[in-house]
Design a protein around this ligand. Sequence first.
Ligand code: GLV
Length: 342
Amino acid sequence: MKVLCLGKLPSPLQERLKTEAKIESVTYVDRAAPLTDTEITAALSGMDIVLSEPQDNLSENILSRCQALRMVAQRAVGYDNVDLEYCNRSGILLSNTPGVLDNATADLAFSLLLCAARRIVEADRYVRAGLWHGFESDLLLGREISGKTLGIVGLGRIGEAMARRAWGFGLKIIYCRSAHKNSGTTEIELDEKDRRLAQSLGARRVSMEDLLKESDFISLHCPLKKETTNLIGAAELALMKNGCILVNTARGKVVEEKALVEAVTKGKIIAALDVFAQEPTVPPPLLNSPNTVLAPHIGSATDETRFAMAELAVNAVLQVLQGGLPANLVNPQIFESAVNKL
Ligand code: GLV
């Protein structure tokens, strides 16, 4: 088996790949910027297995040119960069890294919220610029967090970790779980999870429309899929309260970026963003606006979490090579037929 690893892999995990007899070679391609389609196709040529990251374009166009490929081990929980339908049709196994990055990502989302509400980035720049001359009662006034309403879009593992943090900070929590746009105010059928969240965190499930209207702060935690692409567009931004802080640590394309730029430029909302529609490109109006806090897709970027993600990916590869079904396989339905070809 020939394995391609896109990006750095901690050395203990490199060692583990070396011990697997079925692995003939591991090629490492480090890259600061995303590879072009030509570069990624060339790197994948003749490879049986690839360890990929969110910036690696594994669209049908690319995958269809890599006939040897049997497995994609994505080092992320989101796998919107990989064409899952093509993988299913072509017998390519896909694994991801759920569960190990919930706290790190929720920590970053909450940090972005605090940064925006308390103007921390601005305050840092102010001090460094030598502008601070003494205590002033109205210097860099921000917004109180406690007692306000946080709307969480997407209540999976990361959304729930965000809700726990919000509860600790005394926020009121509302959320919506279905990704449907225009879900309107039709009756929501609460299930066991909703009852648990209501009881433990006082969290209330609402329609998307109510969430947009009632929230002082909104944090996005849904995966990027067809149904969530541009979930937040001009109409949704217009429904938000003036000055609403919108935190996005999910995927840039969940928000229609053009509409976001307009809302930020007009001062309608404050955007605290870790993800962008065309990473690493950040639209200049977002760079230049005082109404943004920006980070370079570092939601899960702690030593511990990034190691755990890489370890999950390596474990999945080794398990598959030994004929086992990894728990983090995205398409277990093709496992039996695909594993025979390895
Ligand atoms: C990171 O963006 C991830 O999806 O894990």
